[in-house]
Design a protein around this ligand. Structure first.
Ligand SMILES: CC(=O)N[C@H]1[C@@H](OP(=O)(O)OP(=O)(O)OC[C@H]2O[C@@H](n3ccc(=O)[nH]c3=O)[C@H](O)[C@@H]2O)O[C@H](CO)[C@@H](O)[C@@H]1O[C@H](C)C(=O)N[C@@H](C)C(=O)N[C@H](CCC(=O)O)C(=O)O
Ligand SMILES: Nc1ncnc2c1ncn2[C@@H]1O[C@H](COP(=O)(O)OP(=O)(O)OP(=O)(O)O)[C@@H](O)[C@H]1O
Length: 509
């Protein structure tokens, strides 16, 4: 991989990003690209970016072999430099060029939404992988899959990677024979220009509720919505949840760059003015069965028999909506209905509505619901569908972030749980006991029985041991995370599904 500096200048000028250039050799062709000074920079281009950037990082990068740097301000005059209006935008554009614009060889399906990105991406990935074996990649919050072999699969750090890493991994995908890429696009990805300049073949908008608003994320809800709707502006074909908050804004964003014929809307039950509607037929603790009905001419063009029935291996009415988005994407691509139906039947998403059937300790769900909106969606669904079951929740709230989640958990536990055990979840630099106390103090104890057990495996064990019959045990908010973020260290933790299964093995054999 390489990048000619003359080409870099041309691209920056084209995008009106270049402020000035001090370049001794226009013909320089760099063979390394980086934004992390600790890496080898031999014959490389180095990007000074980020709120926490320090001049000494550039000094280190130069020592490590950087030949030229890109920055919003001039630091060292010792080497060539390109001064730009936005280092993050420059990073995206020049990384794309450096890695040979791999996006041009991929059909990219992207999803955004406050909730459901990971689940919908997995549904879509599973369907496409069954339709086009060995040709599908996945960039999700949980895993990054850049090729067909187990060695091409690794854990993600961010929902949407930094642009350089994104284009690097897309290059790997293309080199590994991948033709379809399913990815999650967070609002932060737009805020931080990680996907700047990218056009998506299909973009799906799942929902938006106030979240991720705070000093390190979005200053206001308006900013959050503005970032999220960028996916619609940057997608050729759009799929939109007709029932999302701010639907008109989202639809208008799609219309900016797409004709009506390329915008598909889906909705639950009788809504009107939609292209597809979803109706639940039946659900139990293992599956839900629903119909997907074409409600417009363009939807009928996509779905020749008008109405199809699907069985989804992941319960939760919100998952029918997630499935709707995945089905629509697959149909736009032209996947056979049988493949779609078969894939959804076997759907499994790590840490999302994973259910564990026990012999005599009720049914256990492990779910990543980690704010009021998602926990409310989950617990209201369980309460509505299983009125005879006691709902018993093990949950904690993280330290150093999302403080409003604590009051949210107190509210949703009061509204929908019968019993709760408060426990530790990524305490960071805070005291987990104090976090639990904060939640506990806001719970109405006349409505729900609560105790605190800080050691998470002990909390899970206690809840499982004290559950039986039709009880539903929900291990919430941690999904399949295999760590507890504690005082700046990712302390290994076996993950909720592993802990629960081990406890069951010990007590049920
Ligand atoms: C606030 C924020 O969005 N920060 C992200 C951003 O950081 P930044 O560009 O501001 O960089 P920085 O952390 O200030 O560091 C400055 C620069 O110095 C460099 N450096 C640093 C040390 C050194 O010795 N040498 C050196 O060169 C770093 O490599 C970096 O380039 O770019 C970094 C990647 O280059 C991200 O890791 C980082 O995400 C932080 C850690 C993060 O967790 N962000 C969350 C909020 C996020 O993005 N979440 C969304 C999901 C949200 C959802 O669920 O919807 C996501 O997409 O994951
Ligand atoms: N469409 C939806 N509407 C409301 N809640 C949902 C929806 N889909 C999933 N959830 C709930 O939110 C949790 C997180 O789902 P998922 O990981 O798919 O979303 P995400 O958008 O990737 O989340 P995050 O941005 O927090 O990583 C699930 O475990 C479930 O409880």
């Amino acid at each position: 991989m390489s990048l000619k500096i003359s080409k870099a200048i041309e691209i920056l000028k084209k995008h009106d990003l270049l402020v000035s250039s001090s370049v001794s050799d226009d013909n320089l062709e760099v063979t390394n690209i980086s934004y992390n000074s600790k890496e080898d920079q031999t014959n490389g281009i180095f990007f000074c970016k980020g709120n926490n950037f320090k001049a000494e990082y550039l000094d280190q990068a130069i020592k490590n072999g950087a030949k030229i740097y890109v920055s919003e301000k001039e630091y060292s005059k010792d080497i060539d430099r390109l001064i730009v209006k936005s280092a993050s935008k420059a990073l995206a554009l020049l990384s794309s060029e450096y890695f040979g614009n791999p996006q041009n060889d991929l059909f990219i399906v992207a999803f955004t939404g406050t909730k459901g990105k990971t689940t919908t991406s997995y549904f879509t990935y599973d369907i496409l992988k069954n339709a086009y074996p060995k040709q599908v990649g996945l960039f999700s919050t949980v895993d990054r899959i850049v090729g067909p072999d187990p060695k091409d699969e690794f854990k993600s750090d961010l929902t949407t990677p930094e642009s350089l890493d994104l284009f690097h991994d897309m290059r790997t995908c293309v080199d590994n024979g991948i033709k379809y890429l399913v990815m999650e696009v967070s609002s932060q990805a737009y805020k931080k220009n990680r996907v700047y300049g990218l056009k998506f073949d299909i973009g799906g908008f799942l929902n938006i509720t106030p979240d991720h608003i705070g000093p390190n994320e979005h200053p206001t809800y308006a900013d959050y919505l503005n970032c999220k709707k960028q996916l619609m502006i940057n997608s050729k074909v759009n799929i939109i949840n007709r029932q999302t908050n701010d639907y008109d804004t989202v639809y208008a964003a799609a219309k900016q760059t797409s004709d009506d014929k390329d915008i598909y809307r889906f909705a639950k039950n009788e809504v009107g003015d939609t292209d597809f509607s979803i109706r639940n037929k039946e659900s139990n603790l293992n599956d839900s069965v629903f119909t997907y009905t074409a409600e417009s001419d363009k939807a009928e063009d996509l779905q020749e028999h008008g109405e199809y029935t699907y069985q989804l291996g992941l319960v939760g009415d919100f998952n029918e909506l997630n499935a709707g988005a995945a089905i629509t994407a697959a149909k736009i691509i032209g996947v056979d209905n049988e493949v779609i139906a078969d894939s959804l039947k076997k759907a499994f998403v790590p840490g999302r509505m994973e259910h564990i059937n026990t012999k005599s300790h009720g049914t256990i769900f492990v779910d990543y619901a980690h704010n009021y909106a998602s926990m409310n969606a989950l617990l209201s669904f369980l309460k509505r569908e299983y009125p005879g079951s006691a709902i018993k929740v093990v949950v904690g709230s993280p330290g150093d972030k999302g403080v409003s989640r604590r009051a949210g958990f107190a509210q949703v536990l009061t509204e929908s749980a019968d019993e709760a055990i408060l426990t530790t979840d990524d305490p960071g630099f805070e005291d987990p006991a104090a976090i639990c106390k904060e939640i506990d103090e806001k719970i109405d104890h006349t409505k729900v029985k609560v105790k605190t057990i800080l050691d998470r495996p002990s909390a899970i064990k206690d809840m499982i041991e004290h559950s039986s019959g039709d009880d539903i045990v929900v291990l919430a908010a941690k999904g399949n995370d295999a760590y507890q973020k504690t005082k700046g260290v990712d302390v290994p933790y076996p993950s909720d599904p592993v802990v629960a299964k081990k406890i069951l093995k010990d007590i049920e054999g």
